[in-house]
Write a protein that binds this ligand. Structure first.
Ligand code: SF4
Ligand code: SF4
Length: 134
């Protein structure tokens, strides 16, 4: 499966960087408070939107055989390093496995850092954050 965005924004948040940041017009909202929808045929998985969403609600997931790459917003410091092993967390912040950092994207002031982690493919629908080992 090629990389595709996953939006987990369910609270009618009145903003639209998800729409305006996508260079491919893959995301739309009927009104400013509508829940965003994705046209998967237009999403290239470029990950630009991940660092623009103030609600930290956008993820890009790519399945690669028995692994999956998840690009997610990350707001903690210090930043992890490429190759670092980290704890994979689910939506409730519970550790559900181990992940490896494969990319750290810092996109300039005012933008959230986007980190790509690798997890076992069966965890792709569950992992939405990570924590570094102390
Ligand atoms: S990953 Fe890229 S193409 Fe897909 S919705 Fe986000 S900005 Fe648009
Ligand atoms: S930018 Fe993020 S928080 Fe705002 S509507 Fe889009 S997905 Fe939701």
């Amino acid at each position: 499966m090629s990389a595709k965005v996953v939006i987990e924004c369910y609270e009618n948040i009145p903003c639209n960087p998800c729409v305006t940041s996508c260079p491919f017009g893959a995301i739309s909202k009927q009104t400013i408070t509508s829940i965003p929808t994705v046209d998967e045929s237009k999403c290239t998985g470029c990950t630009i939107c991940v660092s623009r969403c103030p609600g930290l609600a956008m993820f890009v997931i790519e399945e690669l055989g028995d692994k999956a790459h998840i690009t997610l917003p990350y707001e903690f410091l210090p930043l992890p390093e490429r190759g670092e092993k980290v704890k994979a967390l689910n939506r409730e912040g519970k550790v559900v496995g181990e992940a490896k950092v494969v990319r750290v994207l810092t996109k300039g002031r005012g933008r959230t850092v986007a980190v790509t982690i690798e997890v076992p493919v069966e965890l792709a629908g569950e992992v939405r954050n990570f924590r570094r080992y102390e």
